[in-house]
Design a protein around this ligand. Structure first.
Ligand SMILES: [Zn+2]
Length: 321
């Protein structure tokens, strides 16, 4: 069992995940185990393996602050910087050449416009630095030296007051990983104080290829299984109350995705609700929760989401999935 230490001084110096750092990772596939707990943090299984909780993220911040890192230019490990491709907001660093018009970069830049149109958000010109390692070995070495104590991972997003960064390794799942992590970058470059559930729900929605309407089969299957076998019901206020210092479970990620899919894909009215919410959050830094807005329109928003999942299930059966 893994153990992670979290310096108390780092906790004391940190007020929230947005004060200093936002850390999110796509983890390696991991054996089916329960939450792995250590003294100060917990790692929970996620759809694709493990995700690091925010307390452990603060430990990561501590390692950055105390030990130097890529952010300050004092990385202990060699970062991939031989080649740089700039595509709009993305600054992609690698040690192997990537064609400027590579189809993955085309998709990532197109996703920026998708988000702008879908959510009614402006485009930022703040760079998002994407470091692409050419192998898992080099990526693991970087993590081991610069972020000791981290669990194994495939990619992660890192935000500081001055930089937005994605670290990832080239491989069979790099497209999925980058679609997810770069979405965090696009969102964080224009919206402050994004709630955890909406941040992750939107990233999950965007991690499938364009043209798939954000449909994540694994999340749908998980929720349908929970509905059929354990009487699961959606509860957005519960998601909104999740303490940023606590991680989301696999079911939380699936529910966050489901609410986002409902908001964006079930009609113009729900989409207008999330657009208005994000607009106010961007303008004022705070906004009335999405759940309260939904209750002004539906007596039972949870029933509306259940109906949406039922429609998706029927469509799924119709196409033989
Ligand atoms: Zn994420």
């Amino acid at each position: 069992m893994r153990a992670f230490s979290l310096p108390r001084t780092a906790v004391a110096a940190s007020r929230s995940r947005f004060d200093l750092l936002v850390f999110e990772s796509m983890w390696y596939d991991a054996p089916a185990v329960g939450p792995l707990r250590c003294k100060d943090g917990v790692i929970v299984p996620s759809k694709s393996g493990l995700r690091l909780d925010n307390l452990t993220a603060l430990a990561c911040w501590a390692s950055l602050a105390c030990g130097g890192c890529a952010i300050s230019g004092a990385s202990k490990a060699a970062l991939p910087v031989q080649h740089t491709v700039v595509r709009e907001q993305l600054v992609v660093h690698s040690d192997f050449p990537i064609p400027a018009n590579h189809r993955l970069l085309e998709e990532l830049t197109a996703r920026r416009r998708d988000l702008q149109q879908l959510l009614g958000l402006p485009m930022s010109d703040e760079p998002i630095h994407v470091y692409l390692f050419d192998s898992p070995v080099r990526f693991d070495e970087f993590v081991r030296l610069d972020h000791p104590g981290f669990p194994r991972r495939r990619a992660f997003f890192l935000e500081t007051d001055t930089r937005l960064q994605v670290y990832a390794q080239w491989g069979d799942r790099v497209a999925e990983d980058l679609r997810h992590e770069v979405t965090h970058g696009y969102l964080h470059s224009v919206v402050p104080n994004l709630p955890l559930w909406l941040d992750e729900g939107l990233a999950e929605y965007c991690e499938v290829p364009r043209g798939h309407r954000g449909l994540v089969w694994a999340h749908l299957e998980l929720l349908l299984d929970r509905i059929n076998h354990s009487g699961w019901r959606p509860d957005l206020p519960r998601l909104e109350r999740i303490d940023p210092a606590r991680d989301m479970t696999q079911e939380d990620y699936a529910e966050a995705w489901a609410w986002v899919h409902f908001l964006l894909e079930s009609g113009p009215e729900p989409r207008a609700i999330v657009r208005e919410y994000l607009g106010e959050l961007r303008r004022d830094g705070t906004a009335k929760p999405v759940s309260a807005r939904l209750r002004e329109r539906w007596d039972r928003p949870d029933e509306a989401l259940m109906a949406h999942l039922g429609t998706l299930a029927a469509e799924t059966r119709a196409v033989g999935k």
